[in-house]
Ligand binder design. Sequence first.
Ligand SMILES: Cc1ncc(COP(=O)(O)O)c(C=O)c1O
Length: 415
Amino acid sequence: MQLTDHKVRELRSQFPALARQANGREAVFLDGPAGTQVPSSVIDAIGHYLKTCNANCHGAFDTSVESDRLLDSAHQGVADFLGATDKDCIAFGPNMTTMTLALSRAIGRSWKQGDEMVLSGLEHDANFTPWMLAAEDAGATVRIADVHADDCTLNIDDLQSKINERTRLVAVGCASNASGSVNPVAEICSMAREVGALSFLDAVHYAPHDLIDVERFGCDFLACSAYKFFGPHVGILYGRRELLESIVPYKLRPSPNELPGRWMTGTQNHECIMGTLAAVDYIAQLGKDLQATATNRRDSLIAAYSAIRAYERELCDVLLDGLAEIDAIKVWGITDPSNRANRLPTVSVTHSRMSPKQLAKRLNDAGIFAWHGNYYALPLTERIGVEPDGMVRLGLVHYNTREEVEYLLSVLAAI
Ligand SMILES: Cc1ncc(COP(=O)(O)O)c(C=O)c1O
């Protein structure tokens, strides 16, 4: 049930990009939160679709019929990935941002003056500005739940105090793409439900690290992006059937009114939707390898995430303990060992004598790839006062190794 070093090495060999050399060694990819690398099975699935049945939907000829069948299997695969029982409640699109903008336009049609939206200060801007703009158009009010600036976690009491009978929507992330803090989303969705408000979850950052379960979360909507969980650039939107059927999307007249096509405007990126299914199946296979008794895709995914979670926590402990020894480095997020279960292995830091960009360049010189800036988590970076330079994000996923983390720490210590 465990991800051993041996198993991680075997998994890494499935990712061609990880063989890249930098500074005379294998490059260290710590840029996962901005987009993970992909296994060969994903690349092959994209090529296979284009080679064998590249066609538009709902035709009467062979390749179109075959393509429809394959795409339908991708809706099922992603439904399994999200823990959704109804595959038609899964819509694909270009990316999470575009899909959230489209949904916010559609939901916002019914808002009016006096209505309130509750957002969080921990968000990526894609789960912030779309709702702000829709509220502004409707003359509705936006209330923003504060964060604890000391450890970059959401202030749940403040969030609760802002939810009332006027609240129409509560939109929060499952986890911050900047600080790695995980939100108690089931609790938050239940707060929304109690006052009759809708809940929208941004699971983009959470998806490569832990199991998404829309039933357990109790959310009305959830969005994520396949390129963050070892797949290609495809956005995913889940919604409860009655909402997806009753809310009127902005769409063209000839396009389907039925689910899921109702929320999938224009011609889709079919090949990458098949790559998305392959990414889900890559994770499921990992689970099956570790737990032979997992007989279906969902059970395999549960097993996979249980192992990924435990492995990533160990790596994150090594990273946080090591960073604590380096005086010049400040970590923006949870460091307290007793609270680390509430964070993902995404660690943002600043250096006392170097700008984030300078630090990222020094890491690059050592063959370590990491992002600097605000990674669009502008509500948070403004709140904690790290604009305009931002931070450096050290993002671990399950293909990273303890040896890589130790190398990173040695490079940081030397700097
Ligand atoms: C937490 C989070 N939400 C939303 C997004 C936006 O996703 P997309 O690039 O699919 O629009 C990102 C991308 O970095 C993200 O990290």
